[in-house]
Design a protein around this ligand. Structure first.
Ligand code: GLC
Length: 556
């Protein structure tokens, strides 16, 4: 177990309890951000060194994907110990130094919590294996006898998110549930020790000055474990996409009503701190049910994946935005917006793929079928970003999108690390293409990421996207983000949005308060601009008019 080092007095830069409602939060994928010790993996000291990049960008907070001890069977989402730091990434003292520097720079710190499953290397799971069937240690996980004459068949037909069955057999013949990789056994949230231990973990990080949590797979913790466990009947019913086929709350492992008790319990802990700690649910659940996780007596926010999944289509986006704002309002939460994260194809590539593209097949083709026009992708990504940053609520920005990074779709298969590649029998390449380490300089080994080669190879053109190549360069994507974030801070005034209907087809236009307006042209043609002073534009105007794939902010 871990020993606590002196955490020091947390110095929270802002005491405003609502700081998160319209915040911009930057996601750091620690192993791919900066490698200070030259071992090829990003680390905490690297993050501390480059927090000035985040401060200069103008974000309000950083969210760190897991940095806990881990075998990296799933990029760190397989946690050995929730209250320690992976020695390859640093120590708890390095974490404290990082958090202190972030707070000094006025940045809040959000950490990732992975409560659905541990790593199979976690002390609890090793104990469960040692102590055998019927032991109290096994009850912290979901162990069952198999079916068939000799228990050789899995207890149910449930499928893993990463491909293949969701049960793994152990040498004594029992099976355990893993909704993700076999190295990620699911916890049993009916077990009081599991609940108590996560309370301890929450307090551990809150006491170290952490300002909030991102809750991994928040909708899966509580399962229907009533005997006999039910089969689903078809493999696709194990996926969240099938939730619509079930009456709300009746899927055996996703979005069950009782999961909300867990978050109501956590909220009581968050509210013992000042300002109250915040949280955001990762819950791939349709809109009205998703925002239940964001209710004020629960987590406060839930990622809005409908927005991320929407195509580059004005009518579709308007529908999603209107629905998301209404859902959030009904739940008493603020809306959230995401275009990219560590699990999806980067939006500079995704938004120019034809709408019916099978992204797994596209990745398997090395990004060649269909070919993507990088310049067109970047133009669209910049327009999408200005649209997102004009919306009421908070925006989550993924590291590298401020550089306009495309997906690295042609990673050779021998370097792939995502468990999806092996678990699908080499049918899906997985998510490594959005996790390639950041380019900071135009050349040098790993483009300034570290002193040597990075854990995933960077493509040869990466230096052209680096911070060094864009810093201070008028019109660069980095400068566009910096200007947008600075302006947004000044312009924000309430959470209202009023659509204009009198617009050409394919154009979105809305007013934020009486002082600020956003117009996005998703049509293929150039359109006239309405009245207003141009504050910022995602691409140069065309003789005072708005070209295709361009968003503009207007002062009123
Ligand atoms: C979440 C994470 C993803 C991880 C999975 C299992 O979806 O974002 O990266 O693989 O949970 O923890």
């Amino acid at each position: 177990m871990t020993v606590r080092s002196t955490a020091g007095t947390p110095d929270l830069s802002s005491q405003d309890p609502d700081w998160w409602r319209q915040a911009v939060i930057y996601q750091v994928y620690p192993r791919s951000f900066v490698d200070a010790d030259g071992d090829g993996l990003g680390d905490l000291r690297g993050i501390t060194q480059r927090l000035t990049h985040l401060a200069a960008l103008g974000v309000d907070a950083l969210w760190l994907s897991p940095f806990y001890p881990s075998e990296l069977a799933d990029g760190g989402y397989d946690v050995d110990d929730y209250r320690d730091v992976d020695p390859r990434l640093g120590t708890l003292d390095d974490f404290d130094a990082m958090a202190a520097e972030a707070h000094r720079l006025g940045l809040k710190v959000i950490v990732d919590l992975v409560p659905n499953h541990t790593s199979h290397r976690h002390a609890w799971f090793r104990q469960a294996l040692d102590e055998g069937p019927g032991s109290a240690a096994r009850d912290r996980y979901v162990f069952r006898e198999g079916r068939g004459e000799h228990g050789e068949l899995p207890p149910t037909d449930w499928q893993s998110v990463f491909g293949g069955g969701a049960w793994q057999r152990v040498p004594d013949g029992q099976w355990y549930l893993h909704l993700f990789a076999p190295q990620q056994p699911d916890l049993n949230w009916e077990n009081e020790q599991v609940r108590a231990d996560f309370r301890t973990t929450l307090r551990f990080w809150c006491d170290r000055g952490v300002d909030g949590f991102r809750v991994d797979v928040a909708h899966a913790l509580v399962k229907d474990l009533t005997e006999p466990l039910r089969d689903l009947g078809a493999p696709e019913l194990s996926g969240e996409a099938a939730l619509a086929e079930f009456a709300p709350g009746t899927h055996p492992f996703y979005d069950r009503d009782d999961v909300h008790e867990v978050y109501r319990d956590w909220r009581k802990i968050f509210d013992t701190y000042s300002p109250p700690r915040t949280a955001v649910a990762e819950a791939w659940v349709p809109g009205p049910r998703r925002v239940l996780y964001a209710r004020p007596d629960e987590l406060g926010q839930a990622f809005n994946f409908e927005y991320l999944q929407a195509g580059w289509d004005a009518a579709e986006l308007r529908g999603v935005i209107t629905g998301s704002l209404a859902d959030a309002r009904a739940a008493g939460a603020s809306a959230t917006w995401v275009l990219s994260n560590h699990d999806v194809v980067r939006h500079a590539s995704r938004l120019v793929l034809p709408p019916d593209t099978d992204t797994d097949a596209w990745l398997l083709s090395g990004g060649r079928a269909p070919a993507v026009d990088e310049a067109a992708g970047l133009r669209r990504a910049r327009a999408a970003t200005l649209l997102m940053l004009a919306l009421p609520g908070s925006a989550y920005v993924y590291q590298g999108e401020e550089l306009g990074l495309p997906e690295v779709a042609d990673l050779p298969t021998e370097v792939l690390q995502d468990p999806i590649w092996e678990q699908t029998g080499h049918v899906r390449k997985g998510r490594d293409g959005c996790r390639v380490p950041l380019p900071w300089t135009t050349d040098g080994p790993s483009y300034g990421f570290g002193a040597g080669a990075a854990w995933l190879p960077q493509p040869s053109g990466f230096g052209g996207y680096s911070v060094q190549a864009q810093d201070g360069v008028a019109g660069s994507t980095l400068e566009l983000y910096r200007t947008a974030l600075r302006l947004r801070r000044k312009l924000l005034d309430g959470e209202s949005l009023t659509w204009s209907d009198d617009v050409p087809a394919g154009v979105l236009r809305f007013d934020r308060s009486a002082t600020w307006r956003c117009v996005a042209n998703l049509s293929g043609t150039t359109v006239d601009l309405p009245a207003g002073e141009v504050l910022l534009s995602s691409a140069p105007l065309d003789d005072g008019r708005l070209g295709p794939d361009t968003t503009v902010w207007l002062g009123l």
